[in-house]
Design a protein around this ligand. Structure first.
Ligand code: NDP
Length: 459
């Protein structure tokens, strides 16, 4: 049987692009289809533009803090339009690089939607062409989820539209308490928007270490975000004349604002791909079921990235895509290991974390030692910054191995990338202690914590 392609990839985001290029570089005949823009969520409407927004929002405080160092920055102003234009130019540039890299690797790029016809062919929706391939990789990512039964949900935006706001709102309400809600609450508060976060739980960042959660939760309030907990939206009204919105909650008064953003989770983007008809198993949330080699229930179809809802992070999708191509087209590859993946939340201050939370480690190993400290940075001595840094090590008592490291504070994502190497290698607390401090730095606290934390009730 001969096919048009050895490999056809659906979705040109982080995972799909990496897989397509790696396979093409081995001499395989590869094509990729993308219905929106090459680069996917991370480059087009996720990590990259989000981080630019975080950078933009940090300046307001920097101008203030600079005064303690003798600088005067009277009445600095912010041009939202100019910033957004610059940000989109950079996103366009990066998307262009992704496209060029695909072309240079010899991958055929179809900038249109693809849907399965059968296990060996897809229909390209724009050109209405049928293309066949021996192997398929589904890397369609995820999309923001919104509760369809929420009255007035059509007046809200998600993390897709937030990058296309025409002007900076005066007042904004954000629903959710996960990565996206927390990150954007910090962004808009930093940009001077009167920001309110409504979370159904008690403390944001469910699933993270408890100390991280409480630190970030307090940090939000310190930065001026109004945080309403244990509350959910019941409806959103729009005043057609003024365009203003009113968010109604299950308790308390309504909140008037200009923009409402739903950040209540994402779902795998599998709707309408024709997966059922070719026999690919999906979970109730739409996630494609895969084995440890990313193979689906159909022999010649694989899936990587957020569409599989394993660990929804860009670098993980890239590694899954690479592992897929190297094992099927290259010299072979070990499946990606999901333990000790460092991650960051670009809250303000940001979170950097790797390994297990204290709660997870206690549950898994029983006895753990905790080392933690909270302090103001050296820079804050003159800048007047009131926020504190949190550093925490979770150590397995049986063998002294550091099984988790959690930092909330400036540069913590940068620090945690390096600490991640040590944690991944299984470094012990004694080895952390043997490492000489770098002075003066924030990170030196990681190698100078000697006192085990004793909970107040035991001391
Ligand atoms: P998350 O899963 O992180 O958070 C969803 C939030 O919405 C939770 O607080 C959840 O509450 C709440 N929620 C869920 N359903 C409802 C509901 N029906 N009503 C009210 N609240 C609800 O999703 P995000 O959208 O923030 O992010 C999606 C994923 O994208 C992340 O998990 C992460 O993997 C990835 N991401 C990574 C980033 C990074 O690496 N920096 C940045 C952004 C996204 P509860 O806590 O009670 O479940």
């Amino acid at each position: 049987m001969s096919y048009d392609y050895d490999l056809f990839v659906i979705g040109a985001g982080s995972g799909g692009v990496r897989a397509a290029r790696r396979a093409a570089m081995t001499g395989a005949k590869v094509a990729i289809a993308e219905e929106y823009r090459v680069g996917g969520t991370c480059v087009i409407r996720g990590c990259v533009p989000k981080k630019f927004m975080v950078y933009a929002s940090e300046y307001a405080e920097m101008f203030k803090h600079a005064e303690g160092y003798g600088w005067s920055a009277d009445n600095p102003t912010f041009d939202f339009r100019k910033f957004m234009d610059n940000m989109h130019s950079e996103v366009d540039r990066l998307s262009g690089i992704y496209l060029r890299n695909l072309n240079n690797s010899g991958v055929d790029v179809f900038e249109e939607r693809a849907e399965f016809v059968d296990a060996h062919s897809i229909r390209l929706i724009g050109s209405d062409k049928i293309v066949s391939a021996e192997k398929f990789l589904v890397a369609t990512g995820g999309t923001p989820w919104q509760p369809e039964d929420l009255p007035g949900v059509e007046h809200t935006i998600t993390s897709n539209e937030v990058f296309h706001l025409k002007e900076l709102p005066k007042q904004m309400v954000i629903a959710g308490g996960g990565y996206i809600a927390v990150e954007f609450a910090g962004v808009f508060a930093g940009l001077g928007v009167d920001t309110c976060l409504v979370y159904r739980g008690e403390t944001v960042l469910n699933g993270f270490d408890w100390d991280v959660r409480t630190h970030v939760h307090e940090g939000l309030k310190q930065k001026g975000v109004r945080v309403i907990t244990q509350s959910v939206f019941t409806s959103i009204d729009k005043d057609e004349e003024s365009g203003r919105l009113t968010v109604h909650l299950d308790q308390g008064d309504g909140i008037d604002c200009d923009v409402v953003m739903m950040a209540v989770g994402r779902r795998p983007a599998t709707a309408g791909l024709g997966l059922e008809q070719v026999g690919v198993d999906v979970k109730s949330n739409g996630a494609i079921v895969v084995d440890e080699t990313s193979r689906t229930s159909v022999d010649n179809i694989w899936a990587v990235g957020d569409v599989t809802d394993r660990m929804n992070l860009t670098p993980v999708a890239i590694r899954e895509g690479q592992s897929f191509s190297d094992s099927l087209f290259g010299d072979g590859a070990d499946p990606f290991e999901y333990d000790n993946v460092p991650t960051a939340v670009f809250s303000q201050p940001p979170v950097g974390t790797v390994g297990m939370s204290e709660e997870e480690a206690r549950h898994k190993f029983g006895k753990v030692d905790i080392y933690k400290t909270s302090f103001k940075t050296m820079k804050a001595a003159l800048s007047g910054d009131e926020s504190r840094v949190l550093m925490k090590l979770v150590v397995r008592q049986s063998d002294d191995v550091v099984v988790g490291c959690h930092i909330v504070g400036p540069d913590s994502p940068e620090i945690i990338q390096a600490v991640g190497i040590a944690v991944k290698m299984g470094a012990t607390k004694a080895q952390f202690d043997n490492t000489c401090a770098l002075h003066p730095s924030t990170a030196e606290e990681l190698v100078t914590m000697r006192e085990k934390f004793v909970p107040p009730e035991l001391s």
